[in-house]
Design a binder for this molecule. Structure first.
Ligand code: DGL
Length: 266
Protein backbone atom coordinates (compact mmCIF):
# COMPACT_ATOMS: atom_id res chain seq x y z
CA UNK A 1 0.00 0.00 0.00
CA UNK A 2 2.77 2.50 0.96
CA UNK A 3 4.34 2.23 -2.49
CA UNK A 4 1.06 2.72 -4.35
CA UNK A 5 0.60 6.00 -6.24
CA UNK A 6 -1.17 9.18 -5.19
CA UNK A 7 -4.16 9.81 -7.49
CA UNK A 8 -4.77 13.44 -8.45
CA UNK A 9 -7.47 14.94 -10.67
CA UNK A 10 -8.73 18.22 -12.07
CA UNK A 11 -10.63 19.39 -15.13
CA UNK A 12 -7.34 20.17 -16.90
CA UNK A 13 -3.87 21.54 -16.23
CA UNK A 14 -4.78 23.41 -13.03
CA UNK A 15 -4.31 20.38 -10.80
CA UNK A 16 -0.75 20.09 -12.13
CA UNK A 17 0.11 23.03 -9.86
CA UNK A 18 -0.95 20.85 -6.92
CA UNK A 19 0.77 17.74 -8.37
CA UNK A 20 3.95 19.78 -8.78
CA UNK A 21 3.81 21.06 -5.20
CA UNK A 22 3.28 17.48 -3.98
CA UNK A 23 6.26 16.33 -6.04
CA UNK A 24 8.42 19.03 -4.44
CA UNK A 25 7.45 18.08 -0.90
CA UNK A 26 7.30 14.31 -1.54
CA UNK A 27 9.82 13.65 -4.36
CA UNK A 28 9.67 9.84 -4.08
CA UNK A 29 5.93 9.44 -4.45
CA UNK A 30 4.43 8.07 -7.67
CA UNK A 31 1.63 10.16 -9.14
CA UNK A 32 -1.29 9.23 -11.35
CA UNK A 33 -2.92 12.33 -12.77
CA UNK A 34 -6.24 12.57 -14.56
CA UNK A 35 -7.22 15.76 -16.42
CA UNK A 36 -10.85 15.76 -17.51
CA UNK A 37 -10.12 17.97 -20.50
CA UNK A 38 -13.27 16.80 -22.27
CA UNK A 39 -15.48 18.50 -19.67
CA UNK A 40 -13.46 21.62 -18.97
CA UNK A 41 -14.33 24.16 -17.58
CA UNK A 42 -15.90 22.52 -14.52
CA UNK A 43 -16.66 25.96 -13.12
CA UNK A 44 -19.52 26.40 -15.59
CA UNK A 45 -21.10 22.98 -14.95
CA UNK A 46 -23.93 22.07 -12.59
CA UNK A 47 -23.25 20.51 -9.20
CA UNK A 48 -24.76 17.21 -10.43
CA UNK A 49 -22.49 17.07 -13.48
CA UNK A 50 -19.33 17.87 -11.49
CA UNK A 51 -20.24 15.23 -8.90
CA UNK A 52 -20.84 12.71 -11.65
CA UNK A 53 -17.45 13.42 -13.30
CA UNK A 54 -15.74 13.20 -9.89
CA UNK A 55 -17.31 9.81 -9.06
CA UNK A 56 -16.15 8.28 -12.35
CA UNK A 57 -12.63 9.66 -12.00
CA UNK A 58 -12.34 8.47 -8.39
CA UNK A 59 -13.40 4.97 -9.53
CA UNK A 60 -10.73 5.11 -12.26
CA UNK A 61 -8.02 6.14 -9.78
CA UNK A 62 -9.07 3.45 -7.30
CA UNK A 63 -8.77 0.85 -10.09
CA UNK A 64 -5.23 2.15 -10.64
CA UNK A 65 -4.53 1.22 -6.99
CA UNK A 66 -4.08 4.76 -5.70
CA UNK A 67 -3.46 4.82 -1.94
CA UNK A 68 -5.08 8.25 -1.53
CA UNK A 69 -6.89 10.64 -3.86
CA UNK A 70 -6.49 14.39 -4.21
CA UNK A 71 -9.33 16.43 -5.71
CA UNK A 72 -7.00 19.08 -7.14
CA UNK A 73 -9.88 21.26 -8.23
CA UNK A 74 -11.78 23.80 -6.15
CA UNK A 75 -14.95 23.47 -8.24
CA UNK A 76 -15.04 19.69 -7.63
CA UNK A 77 -13.90 20.06 -4.00
CA UNK A 78 -16.71 22.52 -3.32
CA UNK A 79 -19.38 19.94 -4.26
CA UNK A 80 -17.71 16.74 -3.02
CA UNK A 81 -20.11 15.37 -0.44
CA UNK A 82 -20.57 11.74 0.64
CA UNK A 83 -22.32 10.90 -2.64
CA UNK A 84 -18.87 11.40 -4.22
CA UNK A 85 -16.52 10.42 -1.38
CA UNK A 86 -18.22 7.03 -0.89
CA UNK A 87 -16.70 5.96 -4.23
CA UNK A 88 -13.18 6.02 -2.79
CA UNK A 89 -13.53 2.58 -1.17
CA UNK A 90 -12.34 3.94 2.17
CA UNK A 91 -9.16 5.45 0.72
CA UNK A 92 -8.57 8.93 2.06
CA UNK A 93 -9.72 11.76 -0.25
CA UNK A 94 -8.11 15.20 0.14
CA UNK A 95 -9.74 18.35 -1.13
CA UNK A 96 -7.97 21.63 -1.87
CA UNK A 97 -10.24 23.81 0.27
CA UNK A 98 -10.04 22.65 3.91
CA UNK A 99 -6.24 22.86 4.35
CA UNK A 100 -6.26 26.39 2.91
CA UNK A 101 -9.08 27.53 5.17
CA UNK A 102 -7.26 26.14 8.24
CA UNK A 103 -4.13 28.06 7.29
CA UNK A 104 -5.98 31.27 6.47
CA UNK A 105 -7.88 31.22 9.74
CA UNK A 106 -4.59 30.64 11.58
CA UNK A 107 -2.80 33.62 10.05
CA UNK A 108 -5.38 36.03 8.69
CA UNK A 109 -8.06 36.60 11.34
CA UNK A 110 -9.30 40.20 11.68
CA UNK A 111 -8.39 40.86 8.09
CA UNK A 112 -10.25 41.42 4.85
CA UNK A 113 -9.89 38.27 2.79
CA UNK A 114 -10.64 38.17 -0.93
CA UNK A 115 -11.46 34.95 -2.76
CA UNK A 116 -11.44 34.47 -6.52
CA UNK A 117 -12.54 31.27 -8.23
CA UNK A 118 -14.90 29.72 -10.75
CA UNK A 119 -18.65 30.27 -10.78
CA UNK A 120 -19.16 26.81 -9.23
CA UNK A 121 -16.75 27.47 -6.34
CA UNK A 122 -17.84 31.04 -5.58
CA UNK A 123 -21.52 30.14 -6.10
CA UNK A 124 -21.21 27.36 -3.49
CA UNK A 125 -20.28 30.01 -0.87
CA UNK A 126 -18.00 27.42 0.73
CA UNK A 127 -15.02 29.69 1.46
CA UNK A 128 -17.15 32.40 3.10
CA UNK A 129 -19.15 29.99 5.22
CA UNK A 130 -16.19 27.86 6.33
CA UNK A 131 -13.91 30.83 7.13
CA UNK A 132 -16.64 32.63 9.08
CA UNK A 133 -17.59 29.46 10.93
CA UNK A 134 -14.04 29.27 12.30
CA UNK A 135 -13.35 32.97 12.63
CA UNK A 136 -16.26 35.40 12.74
CA UNK A 137 -13.98 38.44 12.79
CA UNK A 138 -12.73 37.73 9.27
CA UNK A 139 -14.38 39.67 6.50
CA UNK A 140 -14.64 37.63 3.27
CA UNK A 141 -15.33 39.13 -0.17
CA UNK A 142 -15.55 36.76 -3.09
CA UNK A 143 -15.71 37.21 -6.82
CA UNK A 144 -16.17 34.68 -9.60
CA UNK A 145 -13.63 35.08 -12.37
CA UNK A 146 -14.88 32.63 -15.00
CA UNK A 147 -12.62 33.70 -17.87
CA UNK A 148 -9.40 32.90 -16.04
CA UNK A 149 -9.34 29.07 -16.13
CA UNK A 150 -10.18 28.77 -19.87
CA UNK A 151 -7.71 31.58 -20.62
CA UNK A 152 -4.92 29.76 -18.76
CA UNK A 153 -5.88 26.42 -20.29
CA UNK A 154 -5.50 28.04 -23.74
CA UNK A 155 -2.02 29.26 -22.82
CA UNK A 156 -2.81 32.97 -22.52
CA UNK A 157 -0.40 33.70 -19.68
CA UNK A 158 1.95 36.70 -19.41
CA UNK A 159 0.38 38.38 -22.42
CA UNK A 160 -1.40 41.67 -23.01
CA UNK A 161 -4.76 39.87 -23.02
CA UNK A 162 -4.18 38.07 -19.74
CA UNK A 163 -2.97 41.23 -17.98
CA UNK A 164 -6.13 43.09 -19.13
CA UNK A 165 -8.50 40.32 -18.04
CA UNK A 166 -6.75 39.98 -14.67
CA UNK A 167 -6.74 43.72 -13.94
CA UNK A 168 -10.38 43.97 -15.00
CA UNK A 169 -11.37 41.35 -12.44
CA UNK A 170 -9.07 42.48 -9.63
CA UNK A 171 -10.21 46.10 -9.89
CA UNK A 172 -13.79 45.08 -9.02
CA UNK A 173 -15.10 47.26 -6.14
CA UNK A 174 -15.81 44.17 -4.00
CA UNK A 175 -12.06 43.40 -3.80
CA UNK A 176 -11.03 46.99 -3.08
CA UNK A 177 -10.03 46.68 0.58
CA UNK A 178 -8.60 43.18 0.80
CA UNK A 179 -5.36 42.33 2.63
CA UNK A 180 -5.16 38.69 1.49
CA UNK A 181 -6.31 36.99 -1.69
CA UNK A 182 -7.07 33.27 -1.87
CA UNK A 183 -6.59 31.82 -5.34
CA UNK A 184 -9.54 29.43 -5.11
CA UNK A 185 -8.87 27.73 -8.42
CA UNK A 186 -5.92 25.44 -9.02
CA UNK A 187 -5.32 27.03 -12.42
CA UNK A 188 -4.54 30.42 -10.88
CA UNK A 189 -1.00 29.80 -9.54
CA UNK A 190 -0.05 29.86 -13.23
CA UNK A 191 -0.91 33.57 -13.30
CA UNK A 192 0.29 34.31 -9.77
CA UNK A 193 3.15 36.50 -11.03
CA UNK A 194 0.71 38.64 -12.98
CA UNK A 195 -1.57 38.90 -9.95
CA UNK A 196 1.40 39.88 -7.75
CA UNK A 197 2.42 42.47 -10.33
CA UNK A 198 -1.07 43.93 -10.25
CA UNK A 199 -1.01 44.29 -6.44
CA UNK A 200 2.64 45.41 -6.22
CA UNK A 201 3.07 43.68 -2.84
CA UNK A 202 0.04 45.39 -1.21
CA UNK A 203 -1.97 42.19 -0.99
CA UNK A 204 -0.74 38.82 0.28
CA UNK A 205 -1.58 36.33 -2.49
CA UNK A 206 -2.03 32.87 -0.97
CA UNK A 207 -0.42 29.89 -2.71
CA UNK A 208 -2.91 27.11 -2.05
CA UNK A 209 -0.90 24.40 -3.84
CA UNK A 210 1.94 24.53 -1.29
CA UNK A 211 -0.41 24.53 1.68
CA UNK A 212 -2.29 21.49 0.30
CA UNK A 213 0.95 19.61 -0.48
CA UNK A 214 2.27 20.11 3.09
CA UNK A 215 -1.04 18.99 4.54
CA UNK A 216 -0.96 15.79 2.43
CA UNK A 217 2.67 15.09 3.38
CA UNK A 218 1.85 15.40 7.10
CA UNK A 219 -1.17 13.17 6.74
CA UNK A 220 0.72 10.43 4.82
CA UNK A 221 3.47 10.54 7.39
CA UNK A 222 1.14 10.29 10.36
CA UNK A 223 -0.71 7.39 8.73
CA UNK A 224 2.53 5.62 7.88
CA UNK A 225 1.76 5.77 4.16
CA UNK A 226 4.92 7.39 2.80
CA UNK A 227 6.56 5.51 -0.07
CA UNK A 228 9.73 3.65 0.88
CA UNK A 229 11.50 3.29 -2.46
CA UNK A 230 13.18 6.10 -4.38
CA UNK A 231 12.59 5.46 -8.07
CA UNK A 232 9.47 7.19 -9.39
CA UNK A 233 7.04 6.64 -12.22
CA UNK A 234 4.28 9.12 -13.02
CA UNK A 235 1.32 8.57 -15.32
CA UNK A 236 -0.83 11.20 -16.94
CA UNK A 237 -4.29 10.59 -18.36
CA UNK A 238 -6.76 12.93 -20.05
CA UNK A 239 -10.28 12.44 -21.32
CA UNK A 240 -9.45 14.43 -24.47
CA UNK A 241 -5.89 14.85 -25.76
CA UNK A 242 -4.70 18.47 -25.84
CA UNK A 243 -1.25 19.72 -26.74
CA UNK A 244 -1.35 22.40 -24.04
CA UNK A 245 -1.84 19.69 -21.43
CA UNK A 246 1.16 17.71 -22.62
CA UNK A 247 3.29 20.87 -22.71
CA UNK A 248 2.29 21.90 -19.18
CA UNK A 249 2.85 18.41 -17.78
CA UNK A 250 6.32 18.39 -19.33
CA UNK A 251 7.00 21.89 -18.00
CA UNK A 252 6.06 20.94 -14.44
CA UNK A 253 7.51 17.46 -14.28
CA UNK A 254 10.67 18.22 -16.26
CA UNK A 255 10.59 14.82 -17.87
CA UNK A 256 9.19 13.17 -20.97
CA UNK A 257 5.45 12.83 -20.38
CA UNK A 258 3.46 10.10 -22.02
CA UNK A 259 -0.08 11.34 -22.14
CA UNK A 260 -2.77 8.67 -22.45
CA UNK A 261 -6.30 9.43 -23.53
CA UNK A 262 -8.94 7.35 -21.75
CA UNK A 263 -12.67 7.25 -22.19
CA UNK A 264 -14.43 7.04 -18.83
CA UNK A 265 -17.85 7.12 -20.57
CA UNK A 266 -18.83 10.27 -18.77
N1 DGL B 1 -8.93 24.15 -11.66
C1 DGL B 1 -10.28 24.05 -11.32
C2 DGL B 1 -10.67 24.67 -10.02
O1 DGL B 1 -9.84 24.70 -9.13
C3 DGL B 1 -11.32 24.04 -12.40
C4 DGL B 1 -11.37 25.16 -13.37
C5 DGL B 1 -12.46 24.87 -14.36
O2 DGL B 1 -12.39 23.80 -15.01
O3 DGL B 1 -13.40 25.67 -14.45
O4 DGL B 1 -11.78 25.11 -9.81
Amino acid sequence: MKNNPIGIFDSGIGGLTVANAIKEVLPYENIIYFGDTKHLPYGEKSKDSIQNFSRKIIQFLIKKNCKVIVIACNSASSVSDNSVLNYSENKKVFNVIDPVIEEVVRVCSNYNIGVIGTKATIGSGIYTSKIQELCNSANVSSLSTPLLAPMIEEGFVNEEISKKVISNYLSAPILRNIDHLILACTHYPLIQNEINEYYKGKVNVIDSAKIVAHHIAESLESENLLKETKETEHHFYVSDYTESFEKSARFFFKEEVKLEEVNLHL
